[in-house]
Design a binder for this molecule. Structure first.
Ligand code: GTP
Ligand code: MG
Length: 221
C-alpha cells in the first residue's frame, strides 16, 4: 500500500516536471539542477559561473535548503534574482519537488532571463529521486569526498548529464586519484560530461562555461 502511494506521488511529480521542462524551453530559458553533498562547493561554483558570464547571460537562482537563507543572501549580492525554498515546513525534505520549482521559477521576470540554476538540498541521495523539471542535471563532487562516491550513490550519477569534480586545488594534499574517479564515473555512467576545476579560483572553468553557452543555444534551437 505504501509503495503504491509513493509511486503516485512520484508519477505526479514527473508529469509536472515534464510540463515545466517544456514550458521553459518554449520561453528559451535553460534550467540547470545542481546537486551535490553539503559543502561540495555548490554555492561557490554557482557564484563563479554567474560572474564568468556577467553581461552575456542573465541568471536567476532557486536555492534549496532545509532551513536558513545563508546561500540565497550570498548569491543576491551578485545582483541577480534569487528565491529561497526552505523544506522545513515540508517535513524537512532532503530534495526539491517539481511543484516548488515551478512556483519559484514563475516568480522571476522571465522576459529578462536566460538561465535558472537550482541549488538542490545538499546530499547525494534524495535529489536524484525527484525530477525537478530542469533540462540538465549536474552533480558536483569535491575531492575531499573521495573517489568512490559514484559507486556508493550510483543513482545520482545515472540521472546526471554532467559531473563537476571540484576543489581540484586540494588534489595533492588529499592524494586524490583522477584515474580512479574517472574509472568509477565510467562504470556508472560513461555518457557523463566531465569538468575538473577549482571554484575557489576559477581555474579550469572555461570548458564548463562553454558547456553552459552551448546548452543555452541547444534549448533555443
Ligand atoms: N579549496 C577549495 N575550497 C572550495 C572550493 N569550492 C568551494 N570551496 C570551499 O568549500 C566550502 C563550502 O563551499 P560552499 O560553496 O558553501 O558549498 P555548498 O555545496 O554550497 O554547501 P551547502 O550549501 O552548505 O551544502 C567553503 O569554505 C568554500 O570556500 C574549491 O574549489 N577549492
Ligand atoms: Mg550552498
Amino acid at each position: 500500500m505504501e509503495i503504491k502511494i509513493l509511486q503516485k506521488v512520484l508519477q505526479a511529480n514527473d508529469a509536472l516536471a515534464e510540463q515545466t521542462r517544456q514550458y521553459f524551453k518554449s520561453k528559451g530559458i535553460l534550467v540547470i539542477n545542481l546537486m551535490g553533498s553539503p559543502g561540495a562547493g555548490k554555492t561557490t561554483f554557482i557564484s563563479r559561473t554567474i560572474e564568468a558570464l556577467k553581461g552575456e547571460i542573465n541568471f536567476a537562482v532557486i536555492e534549496g535548503d532545509i532551513t536558513s537563507t545563508i546561500d540565497a543572501e550570498r548569491l543576491s549580492r551578485l545582483g541577480i534574482p534569487v528565491v529561497q525554498i526552505n523544506t522545513e515546513p515540508f517535513d524537512g525534505a532532503c530534495h526539491l519537488e517539481a511543484t516548488w520549482i515551478k512556483d519559484a521559477a514563475l516568480s522571476f521576470d522571465l522576459q529578462n532571463l536566460d538561465v535558472i540554476i537550482i541549488e538542490n538540498v545538499g546530499n547525494l541521495v534524495c535529489p536524484a529521486e525527484f525530477d525537478t523539471g530542469a533540462h540538465k542535471n549536474v552533480v558536483i563532487l569535491s575531492t575531499p569526498e573521495g573517489e568512490d562516491k559514484p559507486l556508493k550513490y550510483p543513482l545520482m550519477f545515472r540521472v546526471s548529464h554532467a559531473v563537476v569534480i571540484n576543489k581540484i586545488d586540494l588534489r595533492e594534499i588529499l592524494d586524490y586519484n583522477l584515474e580512479v574517479i574517472n574509472q568509477n564515473l565510467t562504470t556508472v555512467n560513461d555518457a557523463l560530461e566531465r569538468f575538473i576545476l577549482t571554484s575557489k579560483t576559477g581555474e579550469g572553468f572555461s570548458h564548463w562555461i562553454d558547456w553552459v553557452r552551448n546548452q543555452l543555444k541547444i534549448i533555443r534551437d
